[in-house]
Design a protein around this ligand. Structure first.
Ligand code: HEC
Ligand code: HEC
Ligand code: HEC
Ligand code: HEC
Length: 153
């Protein structure tokens, strides 16, 4: 009986929690184009030089003969935040996240875009974060052993 009552109070409390406060705390992925207006230089350089900015095409090119499951495996590295909350789902639902964008290195950008607060974005990108995708296997199979300033902007 007692527990039920407290439960009721908790529900009322949560329902009356201001929606705005909850939203503010939720960071999520927005896609590289959202960074353009304030970081034109990095954006242009990234779009013109980094192959990440076209990484979805690479998957498209090789998709013949692959099963849907196999194709989805490619997404973990060739898109932005596939499988993570607020990340890439599929090209129809989340077209802005279909390539590996700014946020694969700098983390989810929503809060930073809204506030322009630099403490809300990852500034000190570390080489460890590259290793999520540039695994030893990939490095051996392809060309690039990543160095921190390569492949970005
Ligand atoms: C509405 C403008 C705006 C947008 C949009 C924006 N930023 Fe920023 N960003 C800023 C400002 C302002 C700073 C602070 C610059 C400074 O302190 O010199 C900043 C700083 C940064 C920094 C450096 C932080 C530091 O401590 O020096 C990074 C990295 C960054 N932004 C990445 C991004 C990414 C990635 C996106 C897109 C997801 C993005 N920004 C979108 C305004 C913006
Ligand atoms: C989310 C996965 C992911 C992360 C994290 C990642 N990369 Fe990449 N990177 C890729 C993919 C995928 C490609 C190849 C794109 C293509 O050709 O389709 C690539 C390409 C590159 C290239 C090839 C040359 C070029 O200019 O595009 C370099 C160099 C590179 N990345 C460096 C880095 C570095 C350094 C880091 C860490 C700071 C990093 N990457 C983090 C997925 C990632
Ligand atoms: C573990 C992360 C990861 C996965 C999973 C992954 N890739 Fe990649 N892929 C990379 C990285 C990193 C590069 C860039 C490597 C380099 O150039 O050194 C790359 C490069 C490529 C390239 C460009 C090669 C070239 O020489 O230009 C193609 C095409 C590609 N991947 C297709 C695929 C396909 C198709 C799948 C799924 C079957 C897939 N990748 C899965 C990380 C990954
Ligand atoms: C492959 C990883 C990677 C990607 C992708 C990437 N960045 Fe960066 N970014 C870095 C690194 C590394 C630094 C340098 C951090 C440092 O100095 O410690 C940096 C620094 C920055 C800075 C600070 C100013 C400067 O140029 O040093 C801004 C702003 C920024 N990035 C914005 C962006 C935007 C916008 C995009 C997408 C268009 C993007 N980044 C994509 C790795 C990346």
């Amino acid at each position: 009986m007692k527990i039920k009552k407290w439960h009721g109070i908790l529900v009322v409390f949560l329902l009356s929690w201001p929606a705005g406060a909850e939203q503010q705390k939720t960071n999520t992925y927005v896609g590289s184009a959202s960074c353009r207006s304030c970081h034109e230089k990095q954006y242009e350089s990234f779009m013109n030089h980094a192959r990440k900015s076209r990484s979805f095409e690479s998957v498209q090119k090789m998709k013949k003969g692959l099963t849907d499951d196999e194709i989805r495996e490619c997404y973990s590295c060739h898109t932005t935040a596939y499988g993570k909350k607020g990340g890439f789902i599929d090209p129809a639902q989340t077209p802005e996240l279909k390539n590996a964008g700014c946020e694969v290195c700098h983390g989810p950008g929503k809060l930073h875009v809204d506030t322009q607060d630099s403490s809300q974005i990852i500034r000190n990108v570390t080489i460890d974060s590259c290793r999520n995708c540039h695994t030893e296997d990939r490095v051996n199979a392809f060309r690039y052993k990543p160095t921190i300033y390569a492949g970005s902007h």
